[in-house]
Design a protein around this ligand. Sequence first.
Ligand SMILES: N=CN[C@@H](CCC(=O)O)C(=O)O
Ligand SMILES: [Zn+2]
Length: 432
Amino acid sequence: MSRNYRLLVENAKQVVLICNNGEKFLTKMGMQNLCIIENGSVVIGTDGLIKAVGPAETIRAQYSESSFERVIDATGMCVLPGLVDAHTHPVWAGDRVHEFAMKLAGATYMEVHRAGGGIHFTVEHTREAGAAALLTSLSGRLARMQRAGTTLVECKSGYGLELQTELKMLQVIQEAGRSLPIAISSTYCGAHAVPKGKTVAEATEDILRVQLPRLKELMSGGRLRVDNIDVFCERGVFDLGSTRAILQAGKDMGLNINFHGDELHPMNSAQLGAELGALAISHLEEVTDEGITAMAEAKTAAVLLPTTAYILRLPQPRARDMLEAGVIVALGSDFNPNAYCCSMPIVMHLACVNMRMSMPEALAAATINAAFALGRSHTHGSLEVNKQGDLLVLNAARWEHLIYQLGGHQEIIRYVIIRGNVVHDNDKTLGL
Ligand SMILES: N=CN[C@@H](CCC(=O)O)C(=O)O
Ligand SMILES: [Zn+2]
């Protein structure tokens, strides 16, 4: 093949494809048996898409006449798909480090929230912040996630709780998506908390009558791109009835349902999500057996967030029960001022130790299944021909080191590649 390509990554000790049959998600045994090529190579075209992935000698023979803008010799190294972070709240102003001390001293999440901290504290500061300042801090956070291997990330609004600030956040997310290599799935989360001075009914009314109609107008005029709708369905926040009304209205506008459920109390959020055809539900620390069955049947992904249970000392989500029931289990960092973690390798480590997932299950949950939870598993989450050329090259001969070395991703990730372009070269960053 005598053509020009963007990138050849050759001779990797392991190339972890995840799957190779166009699967949109993996469950049960599929998550245990990831597709791995020993001594493999990957070719990415000038359009940023994967053109070939296979044994090194086959690729060498097929592409012997071709030219590449860049060749990476990955001898002794591993190649994996870029990681997908299925749940973050990365747009905000105001420092909440003081709350960490409160929580360490025993305050619960809802106690901090009721004391005027938590989401309300962040809402006050985010309402006051200018879009430029929010974009600067968001870009820094996304760059950090990218260095930790994330190439597709879900980003929520939700620290405005009124039209102007929610729109400001969504526009900032859109701008970051335009200016940075990392891909973004954008989520309207106007029902993240009930604004101070409003009842649940009044807040729901504002979302249904004011916020969503304006969003719809901007989206249909092509001025705003939003992918998902989210609600914090929780006792003392949005009840089941208001959650249903908001999610259904979002779905009617073409948004994917992807919401917070069954986190602090069993709310039957899982059953509601399954009934509404939700693409994903996050948290689920308090999900019931019936909720697990409903999600497995409806093919609604469970986005588990190990950092939340860890920081708030909550019961762990029942990952094993979900996996055994055939639920599509995905992972997210839940990056937010409460859980300040930008690293999906740390999230996978916590999922393995605290939630008893195996390393292959955790990697599937942080790649193909997280991509499915965002409606993007046709382009992301595995190394297959015609998918986006997003990959990690590890300074390690076995891929499991990415999870095993707690907090070691900074040294272990040599390259982060998005659409065939090297966006992070660890040697250069560290000046080695
Ligand atoms: N549970 C609700 N929302 C966030 C926390 C947001 C915050 O505390 O600012 C979460 O997913 O953990
Ligand atoms: Zn969240």
